[in-house]
Design a protein around this ligand. Sequence first.
Ligand code: FES
Length: 204
Amino acid sequence: MGKLNTGDSLYALVGPLGHATEIKKYGKVILIGGGVGIAEIYPVTKALKEAGNHITTILGARTKDLLILEKELKAVSDEFHTTTDDGSYGKKGFVTDVLQELLNHGPSTVDYGLIYAVGPIPMMKNVASATRDSKIKTIVSLNTLMVDATGMCGCCRVTIGGVVKFSCVDGPEFDASLIDWDELVKRNRIYESKEKHICNLTKS
Ligand code: FES
């Protein structure tokens, strides 16, 4: 597309595929963003707030400098928490520490209608473990490997409740309790050595 000139046209364009986030009144909602996943939860948080939900937001980053959109998300949240791995800002620790506290000590856990999380796979996996027993509906948006993003290459496949799905057309959001997390972690590491090799090449 970068090589096209003004007035040129494409034969066809597919996308965006996948399903839109279901925005409705859930009551009390917890939104969790980790790293660049914070950017992804922002429009969802805004829309859920506009739909009349009570919003609790938990943001996490490795360090203060990597924390993004704090002001914007605070403006659409009723309750707000931040964590950093190194303790340089907010609570030292992980988003799941705060989530666990809310679930253990917050106002009745059953009040939460939805927990929505986007971030690194280990973070989303831990959110899934934290909410499994509470039976609160927990949705994550997966950042699987993708090549064509049209449902043809199979690169983004995940197992959901024992059934193979493609993140690009069936997702990217899935019920966190149904995801085969161990398989997902393994699949996302398939090209790790090549990714490191390319990183090293670009550095040298
Ligand atoms: S990215 Fe190829 S099938 Fe989803």
